[in-house]
Design a protein around this ligand. Structure first.
Ligand SMILES: [Mg+2]
Length: 166
């Protein structure tokens, strides 16, 4: 994975959590990590992305519209096919309701200490726009051109490293 830190991208997220490092990473599933719950095509770089994020964040959660039992089935298949690391099958799953992914559904944190990677703006909770990293929806018909997970990882890495220096 090509890893570079871009200062301008870091500056954009300066306000997150003020002096606190975001320590929870919330991941959407469909259009973000895989195509969708039906075809389940993994996004290029999925394994490396998950492993890299696991080193950056002490806590990672799945925040998806896909029901938990279905999510677990998909996660188990990805692990079995070595497309995701072992722990992904047991990743914390956030139960939520409503029209938006309110990060306050993540237990024992304040919402400004979480980041959400999601392809869909409509799920971003009002007031939590700065916690959102927009990833382009996975165009699984042209997977070879897709480098979005690597791009987002670079952003996350820059955010976490920058915050540690403040
Ligand atoms: Mg999505």
């Amino acid at each position: 994975m090509n890893i570079q830190i871009y200062e301008d991208e870091v500056m954009h997220y300066h306000v997150i959590g003020q002096s606190e490092t975001p320590h929870v990473l919330a991941l959407d599933l469909e259009g973000t990590l895989i195509s969708n719950a039906i075809s389940q095509i993994p996004r290029p770089g999925l394994f490396e992305f998950l492993c890299g994020c696991n080193e950056l964040f002490p806590r990672m959660v799945a925040f998806t519209t896909v029901a938990e039992n279905r999510f677990r089935n998909i996660a188990h298949i990805l692990v079995k096919e070595r497309l995701a690391p072992q722990w992904f099958a047991d990743i914390e799953y956030i139960n939520w309701e409503g029209k938006t992914k309110d990060l306050n559904y993540i237990s024992n944190i304040q919402s400004h200490n979480a980041l959400l990677v999601d392809d869909c703006e409509q799920y971003v909770h009002p007031g939590q726009e700065r916690q959102w990293l927009k990833i382009e929806q996975f165009d699984y018909k042209n997977p070879s051109k897709d480098t979005e997970l690597a791009r987002i990882f670079n952003e996350l890495r820059a955010i976490v490293h920058k915050k540690n220096f403040i």
